[in-house]
Design a protein around this ligand. Sequence first.
Ligand SMILES: [Zn+2]
Length: 288
Amino acid sequence: MPELPEVEALALDLKGRLDGRAIVKVHIAAFSALKTFDPPLTALEGTLVDDVTRHGKFLDLDCSGTHLVLHLARAGWVRWREEVPTIPPKPSTKSTLAVRIVLDDGSGLDVTEAGTRKSLAMYVVRDPLDVPGIATLGPDPLTDDFTVERLGEILQREGRKQIKGVLRHQGTIAGIGNAYSDEILHAARMSPYKPASSIDGEELQTLHDALRTTVGDAVARSRGLAASELKGEKKSNLAVHGRTGQPCPVCGDVVREVSFADSSLQYCPTCQTGGKPLADRRMSKLLK
Ligand SMILES: [Zn+2]
């Protein structure tokens, strides 16, 4: 799933390609992905792309004041095409294409969604704040006013909730998902289960540093990369996320995981939990 750094880089890449171009046609193939009906999708046709920005993990194409907002979710992606096929795409259960945007010079972009879990969401709105997920976003962790004090206030407000869930909740802090929350906690040498409000003093400073460095470095690495290169870039720099069973790059211990109904987290016991593996319901079931 693309998170803040990838969406930031996508926005930058698309801005360079789309700036000042006119949209001539929008073909929709996955009708279920479109969450709004007014303005209609056709309102984008004939507009100029003025800007491409990011709000949390949402991508925002400003098309002469009408906004096409995309939430790529788990398996959504944007593919740039120097030349789009002239035949309109047919809606098909086999195709990954959700929407195709054709530009005035024959180039364009495909928004795709792989896999069976259809969670890609598209919105056509007059104001990005009309998208419920954007209106309720927490502060962006890369802005100057996201200080140690601000993070401290957020954590106090969240009380005894586990830090892993707090970091990835979009209404609390914008843009961090399952992958970067694992990476931030590994960099901070902190248990994913630590209660938010218990983090203060030196630990709070450490967590703030880890958050800004992890997300900031990922943005710096991703900037300037084309959409097609971003996934590989993200994967090759992860220390624990998605690396169950492999050695921790810091201490060499084996990266472990805890699985939940629809996700899993990865961590290093030596770096983060005093050497003790966390209980994992699936693992204990297997051992019974
Ligand atoms: Zn380690």
